[in-house]
Design a protein around this ligand. Structure first.
Ligand SMILES: O=C(CO)[C@H](O)[C@H](O)COP(=O)(O)O
Length: 222
Protein backbone atom coordinates (compact mmCIF):
# COMPACT_ATOMS: atom_id res chain seq x y z
CA UNK A 1 0.00 0.00 0.00
CA UNK A 2 1.47 3.37 -1.09
CA UNK A 3 1.95 5.97 1.64
CA UNK A 4 0.11 9.31 1.48
CA UNK A 5 3.20 11.16 0.25
CA UNK A 6 3.63 8.72 -2.61
CA UNK A 7 0.02 9.31 -3.69
CA UNK A 8 0.60 13.07 -3.54
CA UNK A 9 3.70 12.65 -5.68
CA UNK A 10 1.84 10.58 -8.28
CA UNK A 11 -0.94 13.19 -8.59
CA UNK A 12 1.65 15.98 -8.79
CA UNK A 13 3.67 14.24 -11.52
CA UNK A 14 0.51 13.67 -13.58
CA UNK A 15 -0.21 17.42 -13.45
CA UNK A 16 2.95 18.19 -15.45
CA UNK A 17 1.20 16.67 -18.50
CA UNK A 18 -1.29 19.58 -18.40
CA UNK A 19 1.31 22.35 -18.40
CA UNK A 20 1.27 24.24 -21.67
CA UNK A 21 4.42 24.94 -23.59
CA UNK A 22 5.71 28.53 -23.66
CA UNK A 23 3.09 29.78 -21.17
CA UNK A 24 2.98 31.05 -17.60
CA UNK A 25 1.19 29.15 -14.86
CA UNK A 26 0.07 29.83 -11.31
CA UNK A 27 1.33 27.58 -8.53
CA UNK A 28 -0.22 27.07 -5.08
CA UNK A 29 1.39 26.07 -1.81
CA UNK A 30 1.91 22.90 0.24
CA UNK A 31 3.58 19.51 0.19
CA UNK A 32 1.73 18.23 -2.89
CA UNK A 33 2.68 21.39 -4.74
CA UNK A 34 6.28 20.86 -3.66
CA UNK A 35 6.20 17.48 -5.49
CA UNK A 36 4.73 19.28 -8.52
CA UNK A 37 7.51 21.87 -8.57
CA UNK A 38 10.07 19.08 -8.33
CA UNK A 39 8.50 17.33 -11.34
CA UNK A 40 8.09 20.58 -13.27
CA UNK A 41 11.78 21.39 -12.87
CA UNK A 42 12.65 18.78 -15.50
CA UNK A 43 10.64 20.68 -18.10
CA UNK A 44 11.25 24.21 -16.81
CA UNK A 45 12.66 25.33 -20.17
CA UNK A 46 9.27 24.62 -21.76
CA UNK A 47 7.46 27.28 -19.68
CA UNK A 48 7.80 31.05 -19.56
CA UNK A 49 7.57 31.25 -15.77
CA UNK A 50 5.36 30.80 -12.73
CA UNK A 51 3.27 33.04 -10.48
CA UNK A 52 3.83 31.98 -6.89
CA UNK A 53 1.33 32.12 -4.02
CA UNK A 54 3.70 32.15 -1.04
CA UNK A 55 7.23 32.71 0.16
CA UNK A 56 7.48 28.93 0.57
CA UNK A 57 6.59 28.30 -3.09
CA UNK A 58 8.87 31.12 -4.26
CA UNK A 59 11.77 29.49 -2.40
CA UNK A 60 11.02 26.12 -4.01
CA UNK A 61 10.78 27.69 -7.48
CA UNK A 62 14.12 29.37 -6.94
CA UNK A 63 15.81 26.21 -5.73
CA UNK A 64 14.64 24.33 -8.85
CA UNK A 65 15.59 27.13 -11.25
CA UNK A 66 12.03 27.92 -12.33
CA UNK A 67 11.63 31.63 -13.21
CA UNK A 68 9.07 33.53 -11.12
CA UNK A 69 6.93 36.41 -12.34
CA UNK A 70 4.36 38.45 -10.44
CA UNK A 71 0.66 38.40 -11.21
CA UNK A 72 0.94 42.03 -12.29
CA UNK A 73 3.36 41.05 -15.04
CA UNK A 74 1.03 38.61 -16.78
CA UNK A 75 -2.17 39.05 -18.70
CA UNK A 76 -4.10 36.27 -17.00
CA UNK A 77 -3.00 32.65 -16.67
CA UNK A 78 -4.04 29.59 -18.67
CA UNK A 79 -3.48 27.26 -15.72
CA UNK A 80 -3.32 27.12 -11.92
CA UNK A 81 -2.11 24.06 -10.02
CA UNK A 82 -2.69 23.64 -6.28
CA UNK A 83 -3.50 21.15 -3.55
CA UNK A 84 -6.41 21.13 -1.10
CA UNK A 85 -7.18 20.13 2.46
CA UNK A 86 -10.56 18.77 1.38
CA UNK A 87 -12.39 18.55 -1.94
CA UNK A 88 -15.91 17.37 -2.73
CA UNK A 89 -17.66 15.92 -5.82
CA UNK A 90 -18.36 19.48 -7.11
CA UNK A 91 -14.61 20.16 -6.77
CA UNK A 92 -15.33 22.80 -4.13
CA UNK A 93 -12.52 22.90 -1.60
CA UNK A 94 -11.32 23.84 1.83
CA UNK A 95 -7.82 25.28 1.50
CA UNK A 96 -5.40 27.21 3.65
CA UNK A 97 -3.78 24.50 5.75
CA UNK A 98 -0.51 26.14 4.73
CA UNK A 99 -1.91 29.61 5.42
CA UNK A 100 -1.62 30.85 1.84
CA UNK A 101 -5.34 30.96 1.08
CA UNK A 102 -5.56 34.65 0.19
CA UNK A 103 -2.85 34.60 -2.45
CA UNK A 104 -4.07 31.20 -3.63
CA UNK A 105 -7.58 32.53 -4.18
CA UNK A 106 -6.29 35.59 -6.01
CA UNK A 107 -4.05 33.64 -8.37
CA UNK A 108 -6.64 30.87 -8.88
CA UNK A 109 -9.20 33.50 -9.88
CA UNK A 110 -6.83 34.81 -12.56
CA UNK A 111 -6.52 31.39 -14.20
CA UNK A 112 -8.63 29.87 -16.95
CA UNK A 113 -8.22 26.38 -15.53
CA UNK A 114 -7.65 25.18 -11.95
CA UNK A 115 -6.23 21.70 -11.54
CA UNK A 116 -6.28 20.35 -8.00
CA UNK A 117 -3.72 17.72 -7.05
CA UNK A 118 -4.38 15.63 -3.97
CA UNK A 119 -4.16 12.19 -2.43
CA UNK A 120 -7.35 10.20 -1.94
CA UNK A 121 -7.70 11.09 1.76
CA UNK A 122 -8.73 14.63 0.70
CA UNK A 123 -11.80 13.56 -1.29
CA UNK A 124 -15.01 13.79 0.71
CA UNK A 125 -18.75 13.62 0.13
CA UNK A 126 -19.24 16.64 2.40
CA UNK A 127 -16.86 19.43 3.29
CA UNK A 128 -16.16 20.14 6.93
CA UNK A 129 -14.07 17.36 8.42
CA UNK A 130 -11.19 19.82 8.62
CA UNK A 131 -11.45 23.35 10.06
CA UNK A 132 -12.02 26.28 7.69
CA UNK A 133 -9.05 28.70 7.89
CA UNK A 134 -10.10 32.34 8.10
CA UNK A 135 -7.47 35.04 7.50
CA UNK A 136 -8.13 38.04 9.72
CA UNK A 137 -6.68 41.47 10.33
CA UNK A 138 -4.81 41.13 13.66
CA UNK A 139 -6.73 44.01 15.26
CA UNK A 140 -10.08 42.37 14.46
CA UNK A 141 -9.15 38.85 15.59
CA UNK A 142 -11.36 38.74 18.71
CA UNK A 143 -14.30 40.47 17.05
CA UNK A 144 -14.23 38.02 14.15
CA UNK A 145 -13.85 35.06 16.51
CA UNK A 146 -17.00 36.10 18.41
CA UNK A 147 -18.96 36.40 15.15
CA UNK A 148 -17.76 32.98 14.03
CA UNK A 149 -19.02 31.50 17.31
CA UNK A 150 -22.47 32.82 16.35
CA UNK A 151 -22.14 30.90 13.07
CA UNK A 152 -21.83 27.76 15.21
CA UNK A 153 -18.12 27.38 14.55
CA UNK A 154 -15.29 26.87 17.01
CA UNK A 155 -12.50 29.29 16.06
CA UNK A 156 -8.97 28.65 17.23
CA UNK A 157 -6.10 31.05 16.64
CA UNK A 158 -3.22 29.47 14.70
CA UNK A 159 -0.57 30.21 17.29
CA UNK A 160 2.81 31.58 16.26
CA UNK A 161 1.72 31.96 12.65
CA UNK A 162 1.53 35.12 10.53
CA UNK A 163 0.53 34.99 6.88
CA UNK A 164 2.74 36.36 4.10
CA UNK A 165 0.36 39.36 4.15
CA UNK A 166 0.95 40.08 7.85
CA UNK A 167 -2.41 38.72 9.02
CA UNK A 168 -3.48 35.94 11.39
CA UNK A 169 -5.46 32.75 10.86
CA UNK A 170 -8.45 31.47 12.81
CA UNK A 171 -9.04 27.77 12.14
CA UNK A 172 -12.77 27.25 12.51
CA UNK A 173 -13.96 23.74 13.34
CA UNK A 174 -17.49 22.32 13.33
CA UNK A 175 -19.07 24.78 10.90
CA UNK A 176 -22.20 23.54 9.18
CA UNK A 177 -21.13 23.53 5.52
CA UNK A 178 -24.39 22.32 3.98
CA UNK A 179 -24.43 25.45 1.77
CA UNK A 180 -20.75 26.13 1.00
CA UNK A 181 -21.27 29.10 -1.36
CA UNK A 182 -23.48 30.95 1.15
CA UNK A 183 -21.06 30.23 3.97
CA UNK A 184 -18.03 31.44 1.99
CA UNK A 185 -19.84 34.73 1.32
CA UNK A 186 -21.18 35.09 4.86
CA UNK A 187 -17.76 34.64 6.47
CA UNK A 188 -16.21 37.14 4.07
CA UNK A 189 -18.98 39.57 5.05
CA UNK A 190 -17.66 39.86 8.61
CA UNK A 191 -15.65 43.10 8.95
CA UNK A 192 -12.02 42.22 9.66
CA UNK A 193 -12.07 39.02 7.63
CA UNK A 194 -9.58 39.24 4.78
CA UNK A 195 -10.46 35.91 3.12
CA UNK A 196 -11.52 32.39 4.03
CA UNK A 197 -10.46 28.96 2.87
CA UNK A 198 -13.73 27.89 1.24
CA UNK A 199 -13.18 27.80 -2.53
CA UNK A 200 -16.69 27.59 -3.95
CA UNK A 201 -16.78 30.50 -6.40
CA UNK A 202 -13.54 29.19 -7.86
CA UNK A 203 -13.84 25.42 -7.63
CA UNK A 204 -11.27 23.28 -9.41
CA UNK A 205 -11.97 22.34 -13.04
CA UNK A 206 -10.16 19.05 -12.74
CA UNK A 207 -9.00 16.87 -9.86
CA UNK A 208 -5.98 14.61 -10.18
CA UNK A 209 -6.49 12.25 -7.26
CA UNK A 210 -3.66 9.97 -6.20
CA UNK A 211 -5.34 6.67 -5.27
CA UNK A 212 -4.03 3.21 -4.40
CA UNK A 213 -5.40 2.10 -7.80
CA UNK A 214 -3.55 4.90 -9.68
CA UNK A 215 -4.23 8.56 -10.43
CA UNK A 216 -7.90 9.26 -11.13
CA UNK A 217 -8.81 12.22 -13.35
CA UNK A 218 -12.10 13.63 -12.04
CA UNK A 219 -14.40 16.45 -13.10
CA UNK A 220 -17.30 17.85 -11.08
CA UNK A 221 -20.21 15.42 -10.64
CA UNK A 222 -23.45 17.37 -10.31
O1 LIG B 1 -4.21 25.25 0.81
C1 LIG B 1 -3.06 24.91 0.95
C2 LIG B 1 -2.03 25.82 1.48
O2 LIG B 1 -2.56 27.05 1.89
C3 LIG B 1 -2.63 23.53 0.55
O3 LIG B 1 -2.96 23.33 -0.77
C4 LIG B 1 -3.34 22.52 1.42
O4 LIG B 1 -3.08 22.82 2.77
C5 LIG B 1 -2.87 21.10 1.09
O5 LIG B 1 -1.56 20.92 1.51
P1 LIG B 1 -0.75 19.59 1.27
O6 LIG B 1 -0.51 19.47 -0.19
O7 LIG B 1 0.52 19.81 2.07
O8 LIG B 1 -1.55 18.44 1.82
Amino acid sequence: MAAQDELKRQAAEKAVEYVQENEYLGIGTGSTVRFFIEALAQSRKRIKGAVSTSAQTSAALKSFGIPEVTLNEVNGLPLYIDGADEINHLLQMIKGGGGALLNEKIVASAAEKFICIADESKYTSRLGHVPVPVEVMPNARSLVARRLLKFGGEPELRLGFTTDNGNQILDVANLNISEPIKLEDAINGIPGVVENGLFTHHPADLLLLGCQSGVQVLTARV
